[in-house]
Design a protein around this ligand. Sequence first.
Ligand code: GSH
Length: 214
Amino acid sequence: MKLYTYWRSQATFRVRIALNLKGLKREDVVINLDRGDQFKPGYRKENPQAVVPTLYDGDARLFQSVAILEYLEEKYPNPPILPKELLARAWVRGFALINVADSHPLIVPRIRNYLANVLKIDEAGRTAWIQHWLGAGLAAMEGLLAEKNPTGKFCHGDSPTVADICLVTQVTPAQLFKTDLAPYKRVMRIYEHCMTIPAFAEAHPRKQPDFEGH
Ligand SMILES: N[C@@H](CCC(=O)N[C@@H](CS)C(=O)NCC(=O)O)C(=O)O
């Protein structure tokens, strides 16, 4: 498999975790989002949206992290990252979408650049924006865990699912942008537990060869 990746990309982090959990090997191609590599014509051909991740499984090109997770789950079902039971699957997908659909899209580079360059919002304003929307997602996750699974090591059941993957990719940008994590004790307990698992720890932005030390 070939993964177009960037160390800091949360969407790519999701895919790295899933590939590791399923024991699938990959070759990385770095797209430096800070240098604008995503807009170069060569990469636009791979991903017309100009975002990472893009994954090749042989000749098959895949894009959008959740679509990739679902593809991996269907093609490589063991170990599973979605529960068997219908309602549990819907809960896990719903939990994950708090990160994927509601928080993360508000803080990606193109949004941050628009806030800075078009709306002329200064760094303090942009940081407040990021912390606000990450905090809203974390509060929603904490509420769902309090309701369903107040003491578990994972969001659902005894093994990692897509919900844990997306909990982790909610927490890492919150840490990067110095969001107060103290109110989210259940989220943080699961985060810390996931980070004891090599598939998660080795996929962490800091562990990537292109990590730039932020
Ligand atoms: N919904 C997409 C998000 C993809 C995305 O926005 N990726 C970010 C990095 S996490 C990116 O490449 N951004 C480039 C930019 O905003 O210019 C997914 O989950 O794959």
